[in-house]
Design a protein around this ligand. Structure first.
Ligand code: GDP
Length: 411
């Protein structure tokens, strides 16, 4: 009997356990299925990090512009072409940005300049206003100019001129001194030089018009890619259509960075594989510019300064290969104003390698060494055409000597 009772108890327990399992199994089956992740992944690669400026999402037209030919996907990895399983989520519908007009930008940005340059202009004015302009004071004036990276020869010239003119002046009112210094600084910088960036169409080797071609060269880290992107905005703001060539294949993120800049203003970026041949990308970019009847092609080049020969080979080749289409209108050297004498050494090396036609001085917002403008123009015999005054998208300004000097000494 006891055995029978025990058997019944065991049977009840076993049955209970089995039914519990079934219930919990049913419960599990009732859970919603996990979301199908892979099927809805957008086929377009995520845009790269924004270049530290005000954010705007891309437009649908930007996305459609980014075709397979300008997206660096290896051919074998194009699954999106075969299986359009699910519609990717529609991107938000923002607009292409309209960059600020360029006229008078330097005047608008002068606060950035005067903040960092006070020690030069205001320092000079204070010294010149001293009651006794003795030798020590003139030495201090010289020192101030040298500290601001004006360079030895231009400093001596300026001091010489100031000495003469102050003598003639007799009484020195603050207004007189300001006017005098303004005039002499302007003479030193040069007011009658053509500082326009040459972007006019050229005549191609086939006899047809081709876009203006601008090569942007400089050591990595100077702000070369950023400047290329900002320059695209300057040109778009001035009503031109632009194609970008991402020929800086040395720095991994450079092409993504440039493409992002381009997308924001509707400019196509021609790019190649990482570590690819910069010259062939530059060639393709100009080809694309011709096909699109673009106004200007901007080519961002790699700035490895490992050896002069290496640089010469690379930049020389880029220029030669681009010239198979037609002339290069402008070669802009990007220099970081904060690097002082080092920047001048770079300038010298680049000038030996390729014919520089203009200089872009970046990061003038972060230095009191604006005198480098004078020094670099002397060194290369070419004008400073643009200045970078911040990391914002429209912080690149055409260089205007008057606005610059006024910012230095106040008006
Ligand atoms: P690249 O290696 O020469 O192409 O250098 P990038 O274009 O990537 O720029 C390097 C850094 O310099 C970035 O953080 C830029 O935002 C910064 N930069 C470029 N131009 C300016 C400028 O005019 N002012 C300031 N403050 N920063 C700048």
């Amino acid at each position: 009997m006891e055995i029978v009772i025990l058997a019944v108890v065991i049977a009840v327990v076993v049955l209970g356990a089995i039914s519990g399992l079934v219930v919990s199994g049913r419960k599990k089956k009732q859970l919603p299925p996990s979301p199908p992740t892979a099927a809805v992944t957008p086929s377009v690669t995520a845009p790269p990090a924004e270049p530290q400026v005000g954010e705007e999402a891309e437009t649908p037209s930007d996305v459609s512009r980014r075709t397979i030919e300008d997206t660096p996907l290896p051919v074998a990895e194009a699954p999106e072409a075969e299986a359009p399983v699910a519609e990717p989520e529609a991107p938000p519908a923002p607009e292409i940005e309209v960059p600020e007009p360029t006229a008078g930008r330097l005047v608008r940005l002068r606060a950035r300049l005067s903040r960092s340059q006070n020690s030069l202009g205001k320092g000079l004015l204070t010294l010149l206003s001293r009651e006794h302009l003795d030798e020590d004071t003139w030495e201090e004036i010289e020192e101030t100019l040298l500290t601001a990276d004006v360079g030895v020869a231009p400093t001596q010239e300026l001091v010489e001129r100031l000495r003469e003119r102050v003598k003639v002046l007799g009484t020195r009112t603050p207004e007189d001194l300001r006017a005098l210094l303004r005039e002499e600084l302007l003479t030193l910088i040069g007011t009658d030089i053509d500082r326009s960036v040459h972007t006019a169409n050229g005549i191609g080797n086939g006899g047809d018009e081709i876009p203006g071609v601008v090569l942007i060269v400089g050591v990595n880290g100077t702000g070369k890619t950023t400047t290329t992107g900002k320059l695209a905005r300057v040109l778009v703001a001035d009503g031109k259509s632009v194609v970008l060539g991402a020929a800086d294949t040395f720095r991994a993120a450079a092409a993504d960075q440039l493409q992002t800049w381009g997308e924001r203003v509707g400019a196509r970026t021609v790019r190649g594989p990482e570590g690819g041949d910069p010259a062939s990308i530059a060639f393709d970019a100009v080809k694309e510019g011709i096909a699109e009847s673009a106004d200007v092609v901007l080519v961002d080049t790699a700035g490895r300064l490992h050896t002069k020969t290496g640089l010469m080979d690379e930049l020389g080749k880029v220029k030669r290969v681009v010239e198979k289409h037609g002339p290069v209108g402008e070669v802009l050297l990007v220099l970081d104003a904060t690097t002082g004498q080092n920047g001048l050494v770079q300038a010298r090396v680049f000038a030996e390698v390729v014919d520089i036609t203009g200089v872009v001085l970046t990061k003038l917002d972060g230095t009191a060494k604006g005198g480098i403008i004078v020094a670099v123009q002397r060194e290369l015999g070419v004008p400073v055409k643009l200045v970078g005054l911040g990391e914002g998208a429209d912080d690149l300004a055409p260089f205007e000597p008057e606005a610059f000097v006024d910012a230095l000494i106040g008006d």
